[in-house]
Design a protein around this ligand. Structure first.
Ligand code: ADP
Ligand code: MG
Length: 277
């Protein structure tokens, strides 16, 4: 058996002002997983993500990525393994052309300019950013494209794990679906482990295989999506309600519906099964 790609052991993170943001976090993440982090504002999702990619060093405990302990590993070595896409792409984009933006990471790890070019073209291709945008200033692109540039700039480092912080916040249903389909493609076709931070429970139900629920710096639940949603009393501690269809199935359990029902399609399939006899 191979060891997990990421191992988090008794992780504690305290901000310089004394705020205890993470308190004894333990989990492992394997290559190729599709996970969501959920939890109310302030529960520790962003802090945890920044600990996973080495931006923050643990106050206590360990984060070990691909055999490298974040305490003793230079940040550049961490960020090429775990990429973190900021919630607001504008906090991440700072170069004056899309090309320079995407090339920044590869240049920073001192790759030869030929390799940088290859990586930029590859990342732009994967996110569907046309070459005609390479000379444009990212700031003047629409938000959807700015997000793609932000993701491309992370992809150019070819990290095995990519964390995307609230990618669908402020997007309409159609845009959210496009973003999610794109992340699924990265996961299924390119093999990246994807961690999505989101408040959107229908999105979690539809796309995540595993859910990690955080509350006040602790892990409240960690498991397959249907299993985690089957414990509304635990989710309530972090003010999260399962999707409405899951709640409906839970309240009609005595009719034979599964409390782990995640989508309308699953509900209909059960209904057809139940009424067939
Ligand atoms: N720069 C900071 N300095 C001090 N406390 C912070 C800072 N950033 C976040 N926090 C605190 O850390 C906790 C976790 O925050 P955060 O990781 O941003 O949660 P989430 O991403 O789940 O909303 C909260 O109590 C928050 O107020
Ligand atoms: Mg956050």
């Amino acid at each position: 058996m191979t060891s997990p790609f990421i191992e988090v052991k008794h992780l504690v993170y305290r901000y310089p002002d004394g705020t205890l943001a993470l308190d004894d976090i333990n989990l492992t993440i394997d290559e190729g997983e599709m996970i969501t982090f959920i939890g109310q504002n302030g529960s520790g999702k962003t802090t945890f993500s920044k600990c996973l990619n080495g931006l923050f060093k643990p106050t206590g405990g360990d984060v070990i990525v691909d055999g490298h302990n974040s305490k003793t590993t230079p940040i550049v070595e961490m960020v090429r393994r775990v990429g973190y896409v900021f919630q607001n792409p504008d906090h991440q984009l700072f170069n004056s052309t899309c090309w320079d933006e995407i090339a920044y990471g590869p240049r920073n790890i001192q790759l030869a300019e030929e390799e940088v070019k290859e990586r930029v073209e590859e990342a732009a291709h994967v996110v569907g950013l046309d070459k005609s945008y390479f000379k444009e200033h990212p700031f003047f692109l629409p938000k959807g494209l700015r997000q793609r540039v932000a993701i491309a700039s992370i992809l150019a480092l070819r990290p095995r794990v990519i964390i995307v912080d609230e990618p669908t916040t402020g997007q309409d249903a159609q845009q959210s679906r496009e973003i999610m389909d794109f992340l699924v493609e990265l996961n299924e076709e390119h093999g990246h482990a994807i961690i999505i931070i989101t408040h959107d429970m229908p999105i979690v139900a539809r796309y995540a295989k595993r859910v990690v629920a955080l509350g006040r710096g602790h892990i409240l639940a960690d498991g397959p999506t249907a299993e985690v949603f089957s414990h509304p009393e635990i989710l309530a501690q972090t003010f999260i309600e399962p999707p409405q269809i899951t709640q409906l199935a839970q309240r009609t359990q005595d009719q034979g519906f599964s409390p782990g029902t995640l989508t309308v399609e699953e509900m209909i399939a059960q209904y057809q099964q139940l009424t067939r006899t």
